[in-house]
Structure formats: structure tokens, C-alpha cells
Design a binder for this molecule. Sequence first.
Ligand code: UDP
Length: 257
Amino acid sequence: MNTRRTRIYEGKAKILYEGPEPGTLIVHYKDDTTAFNAQKMEVIDGKGVLNNRISELIFTRLNEMSIPTHFIRRMNMREQLIREVEIIPVEVVIRNVAAGSLAKRLGLEEGTALPRSIVEFYYKNDALNDPMVSEEHITAFGWANPQELDDIMALSIRINDFLCGLFLGIGIKLVDFKIEFGRLYEGEMMRVVLADEISPDSCRLWDLKTNEKLDKDRFRRDMGGVVEAYQEVARRLGIIMDSETPERSKPKLVKTD
Ligand code: UDP
């Protein structure tokens, strides 16, 4: 890692550096793993490498299908070049199956298929524990305007459809996931684009046959085998070969298409 780079922001799982050109940033995926608003914290060796690769694959596919994202290209094992955006302070959660906070709040059994996909919004604010909010709150407080919110809804539904198909094809059920959006300024123009990451840190992924958890719930629930689960997702996506491990000392992740 080049330590002379200007660090712009350090989050729980990622660091942002100034990019090589104006309007670009470099995002560095750490092995730090947190849950419950960072009350639970651990370093999981190799997790950042896997999330970098998994998120790269998904964002590349989304770009190819004209879903605008901040992603430009992966630079190395832990870093990506991205476009600088103004993050909209709303976390969008899309759910297909009841789990986590929804199951708890509404007394649903985990694993119950939802009558249709459900989109929820949470205000990005650690001090308040990311409270759930409605579209009314978002527009009233000016976090996003109605047009931006329409774009966010339409993009979220397309992303969910694409991801459900992608994961179904590799024997994985997409239970739910969280995404974030940002404003990309291009001269006079502004577009809402997908930002942040999509990885097993931000999705619930269950094996289709066994319902085995292949995501961050393994960490949240102290189930162990976190990196092995992320590796399994990467292996099924064709990112790593059967025999490979994401050890930092032996970077030999190869397959490109
Ligand atoms: N999620 C996330 N970051 C958060 C909160 C949730 O990535 O700060 C993801 C989480 O991994 C799951 C989905 O959003 O895939 C829905 O999470 P939920 O509301 O059930 O909350 P949790 O049970 O994770 O607290």
C-alpha cells in the first residue's frame, strides 16, 4: 500500500484515499469486521481480498447492464478505483425472505418467503443506530428529493432482480441486502449511481439446498467459518479456483473473463 496517498476517510471496513485524477477515489478493503454498530469487532484474515473481488464482479456486471455505479476498475488485491460521489445518507435494504430485523420486528419465522420483495430505508447515522425511516422522512428532511428517491427505488428493484438471478444460478438464495447510492456530478449534470459495495458483508446469502449461511451472519452469530463461507461464494461465482485461499502472502487469485 502506498502510504504517501492522502487518506480521505476511514470507515469500519474500508479506507478511502484520494484517486489519481480529480473526481476519483481509491477504496481499500480491510479485514476488519464489525457488527451491531461496531460493538462487536474482529479482524478476519483475507475477508477484504474476497469482498474486493466479489464486489468487483457484481459492480462490473451492473455497469454492463447500464445500471450506473461508482465502480471504475479493480486495482489490486484490496483496492478499487471509483468515482467520487456525494453519498446519500440513506441505507436501502431490499428483502426477498424474512430474516434479521424484519423477522424480529414482525414476529416472522426466519426463512419465510415474503409475498413480494420489500424495500426499506434507514437513515445513515451511527449515533442514532441507523433508524428506519419512510420516504416521507427522506424528502421532508431533504436527504434525497422525490426524483432521486424514484431513481433509487427503480434501480434497487433492477439490482435485486439481477442479483436474485445471479445467485440462484450458483445455488444461493438472496435473502436480503443493503445498498447505498450517491450523486455523481458530471459538469452541469447529476446522476444517482450505486455506490459502496455488494458483498457477503452486506447481503444474506443462504445455500439453496441446505440454507447454510454464507454471509456475515456467521460473524454476527459466532458461527465460525466466516472466511470459508465468503470463499465459497467467490468460488461459486468463478472468482477463485477450488484450491485457492486468499492469503495476503500468496496472492494468486487469477481467473479473469
Ligand atoms: N445490513 C448491512 N449494514 C447494516 C445493516 C444491515 O449491510 O448496517 C444488511 C444485512 O447484512 C442484511 C440486510 O442489510 O443483509 C438487512 O439487515 P437487517 O435489517 O435484518 O439488520 P440486522 O439483522 O443485520 O441487524
